[in-house]
Design a protein. Structure first.
Length: 365
């Protein structure tokens, strides 16, 4: 039986959590012996409980000291050493046939490159800047035993351009939500309340639309948490926008919110794929989004939704109003969205691509 060591760092919701579910379902169906090492131990246990996987072993690994995270760019060598020690100790202990890191960072990649063992790195966020020549050299050590997988063409292209290494991509399949037939009362957004999801543009769009359509019958809902949550909530209160928008904790059942969703709105500055964007389209809900990252691959402009440039809040507001004023087009776009996601991001396509990735590395599972 093939033994796999899986390093997982996942949030309470979002793409990293969904991807871990996909990986676990994939490998457990292959009758493998899976060990998970994680510094988000409780989140991993919740996923295993949801999937009813009781035999998988989970090891808690230490979180990086905050100083290493805060001063990351200045302490990269120490970050690399920290990751290398953890990887090496666990490989000695578990003796896996290969290991996987999800989501993988540059320091994880560099630290593991010198380990003479086959490995798969799953990149969920694409690199925006080029790295130094020394790092490019380190990335090419043992490259024949390394596979990089990411979640969109745009992410793949940026990894090749900025890191100088080859990668493959496969779109995450959509989450399958059980939806109810409820009245459509929501314009939904989901994601971490961090700068790269751009909740400030979201709020600006709400303000613009509240002035143009003060009697709008749809409420803007953002489901998520993050460092900007309190700031956004205070701004909502200060601008007296409680009637038009609300921040909801991610513990809320997402399927019930999607059941009430008229259109989905994603104002991100950075987005590798957008798992909720993928999932709502599968459920026939059209999307207004930016063209950031892989979003332009998920959303076909004027066919499955409307796309605009990041930060262009005027275009965002106009696109949403256009959708509100044209319900027939919304229905048509929803149907086209489902067809599009079934074509490019089906569960079977994901499994086939994963099979081919393992075969290319001579990994028997």
């Amino acid at each position: 039986m093939t033994k796999i060591l899986l390093f997982a760092n996942i949030g309470t919701f979002g793409g990293t959590k969904t991807h871990l579910k996909n990986l676990l379902n994939y490998y457990t169906n292959k009758k493998t012996d899976i060990w998970i090492a994680s510094d988000t131990y409780e989140n991993v246990l919740k996923v295993l409980d949801q999937l009813k996987l009781k035999k998988i072993k989970v090891i808690r690994i230490p979180k990086k000291p905050k100083i290493l995270v805060f001063f990351f760019n200045y302490l990269i060598p120490i970050n690399i050493l920290f990751d290398l020690i953890i990887v090496k100790l666990l490989i000695i202990k578990i003796k896996p046939n290969f290991f996987i890191v999800t989501p993988a960072s540059l320091t994880w990649y560099i630290s593991s490159s010198i380990i003479d063992l086959r490995k798969i790195f799953i990149i969920h966020s694409y690199p925006e800047k080029k790295i130094s020549s020394i790092f490019k050299f380190l990335l090419k050590i043992n490259k024949q035993k390394t596979k990089i997988i990411t979640v969109s063409k745009e992410s793949k292209n940026k990894i090749v351009r900025n890191w100088g290494v080859n990668s493959d991509y496969v779109y995450n399949p959509p989450e399958k939500y059980v939806l109810k037939k409820l009245k459509k009362t929501i314009i939904l957004t989901s994601g971490h309340l961090e700068w790269y999801k751009d909740p400030m543009s979201w709020l600006e769009v709400v303000k613009k639309i509240s002035l143009v359509k003060p009697d709008i019958k749809y409420k803007f809902i953002w489901i998520g948490s993050g460092s900007l949550k309190d700031k956004v909530k205070n701004l909502i209160k200060n601008h007296k926008l409680q009637k038009y928008c609300e921040i909801i904790d991610p513990k809320k059942d997402l399927s019930s919110l999607i059941s009430k969703t008229y259109i989905y709105f994603q104002p991100s500055i950075i987005e590798s794929q957008g798992i909720v964007v993928t999932s709502v389209q599968y459920n026939k809900i059209p999307v207004v989004s930016t063209t950031a990252g892989g979003l332009s691959e998920m959303v076909i402009n004027n066919k499955t939704g409307l796309t605009v440039n990041p930060k262009d809040t005027t275009a965002m507001a106009e696109s949403i109003i256009k959708m509100i004023n044209n319900p027939k087009k919304v229905i048509k776009m929803g149907l086209e969205g489902k067809k599009h996601i079934e074509k490019i991001a089906s569960e079977q396509n994901w499994k086939n691509r994963m099979d081919s990735f393992h075969k290319s590395m001579d990994l028997e599972i």
